[in-house]
Ligand binder design. Sequence first.
Ligand code: NAD
Length: 412
Amino acid sequence: MSALETTLRYFKSASKVMDLGDRIEKFLTTPRREISVEVTVEMDDGRLETFVGYRVQHNNARGPMKGGIRYHHLVDLDEVRSLASLMTWKTSVVDLPFGGAKGGISCHAETLSEREQERITRKFVDGIHDVIGPYKDIPAPDMNTGPQTMAWIMDQYSKYHGFSPAVVTGKPVDLHGSLGREAATGRGVLIAAEEALKAYGAGKGLADCTFAVQGFGNVGSWASRLIHERGGKVVAVTDVKGGTRNPKGLDVSGVVAFARRTGSVDGYPEGEPCGNDDLLATKCDVLVPAALDGVIHKGNAKDVRAKFIVEGANGPVTWEADEVLRKKGVVVVPDIYANAGGVTVSYFEWVQNLQVDTWPEEVVNRRLHERMTAAFSKIRGVADGRKVPLRTAAFVVAIGRVAAATSKLGIS
Ligand code: NAD
């Protein structure tokens, strides 16, 4: 089942509970706009190469659309559509005044030089600058894009429209970015884990639990660092090259330093080797998939030994696996809530840019904590009240807000 079909299934299980009706359901599952642009650039060796860039704008009933830009060879329209709709539900579940969008370029990002990445990014902006903007659609980083990519987007967009830092978030801190943005998604994962344990952990807190984290990029490494700082025991981490496991707990700052030096967590000397399949089946209390989508599927869901899954990545659990996990009694904290810390601080960055202001990091972190805990309490209320899984409850909360805005605006 594709990522898009999975998202649609999740949407439908919630819309059934809400009795949403076909008319509004069709409206909310249809993207407002989909764009594919040709991105032809000169490579460092003088060859011309053509890439395809996508932007899908899913819904703007609650405000300008918002969502990351991903550079990955598996990017296609289907994946971007699914991620764009997830953004609509994500911004809504944490009650931000945004809609949802997503973009990406199909490319082998790891083979591109920095100059090639810059040329591709600027050319992509040439193709989409008319349909993005601070009050239209605000991109952000995702896989293989980061603050530098956002700086190029801001600069290229500003050449057409004048100085516009609020057109994109996740910028470098010294170029109108927000303090706290880099760690925000990982911090949100930490808060989501804490809240889920408080609600369903039978008295066990973060410091009593073991964690296994898949992916050691922005989300996975920050989640691991913050969990470790709060006394949680991180027993395994992996990335695309492999991983490391130590049942006594890894020294996460040591792993971070090792990964910085070598480019991977694989081969960390104070742990035993751990592949990605081993990681997903590791004995732990909380599993944090923070790499790719679809990694927990019907073939391996039965092997999961964690009691909680906190979805740092977008769509890491397939529809079929979700069913298996529910029957096993695993509490799945869904992506649209669990990884919403990044978009929440992106919203703070947008507000700071529009106000030409800078907030101290502790203000950013405090406001993030307030938003994430308030959202969890709302989701939990629906889950417990309607006796549905947290994922269905999160979709019910999110869809309810978008549907209410839509019906007040009028569909036609
Ligand atoms: P990233 O590029 O910084 O890191 C990705 C990590 O995943 C790397 O460690 C990479 O080695 C690892 N990885 C890649 N392929 C893998 C594989 N086959 N098996 C195991 N590990 C693999 O990306 P990121 O920003 O940390 O994003 C990770 C996930 O979190 C994505 O699903 C993204 O959509 C989601 N997300 C990111 C943010 C954000 O603010 N960065 C916000 C919300 C959701």
